[in-house]
Design a binder for this molecule. Sequence first.
Ligand SMILES: Cc1cc2nc3c(=O)[nH]c(=O)nc-3n(C[C@H](O)[C@H](O)[C@H](O)COP(=O)(O)OP(=O)(O)OC[C@H]3O[C@@H](n4cnc5c(N)ncnc54)[C@H](O)[C@@H]3O)c2cc1C
Ligand code: SF4
Length: 319
Amino acid sequence: MNNRKQPKVYAVHHKNQQIRDASRSGGIFTAISDAILNNDGIVYGCTLDNNFKAVHIRANNTENRNKMRGSKYIQSNLGDTFRNVKNDLVTGKTVLFTGTSCQVAGLRKYLGKDYDNLICLDIVCHGVPSPKIWEEYIKWQEKRKKSKVKSVDFRNKIDYGWRSHIETLVFKNGKKKDSQVFSHLFYKHNILRPSCYECPYKSVMHPGDITIADYWGIEKAAPEFDDNKGVSLVLVNNRVGQRIFDSVTDMLKYKQTRIEDSMQPPLEKPFEKPIEREQFWKEFNNYDFEFIAKKYGNESKVSDLKRLIKNLKRKLAEK
Ligand SMILES: Cc1cc2nc3c(=O)[nH]c(=O)nc-3n(C[C@H](O)[C@H](O)[C@H](O)COP(=O)(O)OP(=O)(O)OC[C@H]3O[C@@H](n4cnc5c(N)ncnc54)[C@H](O)[C@@H]3O)c2cc1C
Ligand code: SF4
């Protein structure tokens, strides 16, 4: 499938506010995957398992599909996914595969040919952090709260708004922790996988039929969508993507926009490998996580307080 050099660009959010709230940006993934499930198709995507590890699963119902909602900012384990996708395709099922651009490119390479019953959706991808760091982060938080984690939200949009990046952990003893340690580590880039610094998909051209992202720049591209509740940027890359997008527009509020108003760094070039990366990993392997959180994750009581004040101000401004 030849993808357009200049994709068609849309600002989108789901008409159903509950779906929008449960999704990372505007809920376009739910609209598209609903269309697949309603036609007896299969959806593949990333969820968290019982140990909070990111894994790809297969869903033929909304209950399992809903587990794929929300961004998990760690590398997802594909397991047998490619083999299962192929089995579904050869038995004639319509398949929606969702994942990072390199996962979509990897699937296409594995399959070796185009299938009329395959739709690929990739995400604009900042890079994926190492699952090992996430595992140690969870253990550290559990030790501090003296309880096992019950649930995690990598980016708590409901309490803090779409633009913020604060992770929330709920513990089995009922305690809750809002933190930015993991998100700070993410944005410092030391914890990204080595291949992410040389990612070949950092442009407006992507391997998916359709590509989705947070619509950074919405205040310029379509200000009437900008309510801090989440807007999806949708890049329609070819006629397969256009067909599926056109089939779900009745579920969406949408507007065609310009790529010039929709640019963000991961649509231009990969992030550079930080000079301190080697030092970071040496320290990660030799010190406890408390040291890492303080040195690289801005962990302190002052940062907790600053976050609280900023959020109070945001809530007052929204009233
Ligand atoms: C690692 C990562 C990096 C990202 N970087 C950017 C970025 O630089 N810029 C930007 O605008 N947006 C980024 N996003 C977010 C992306 O924009 C959202 O996934 C998209 O907006 C989804 O919109 P939605 O409202 O339909 O969300 P949802 O319904 O929440 O979308 C869920 C989709 O995300 C997929 N997904 C979730 N976690 C992973 C994972 N770890 N690996 C593979 N697929 C996953 C699911 O399979 C599903 O298809 C990133 C997301 C992830 C997971
Ligand atoms: S940044 Fe590129 S290489 Fe890294 S996970 Fe995302 S798509 Fe793959």
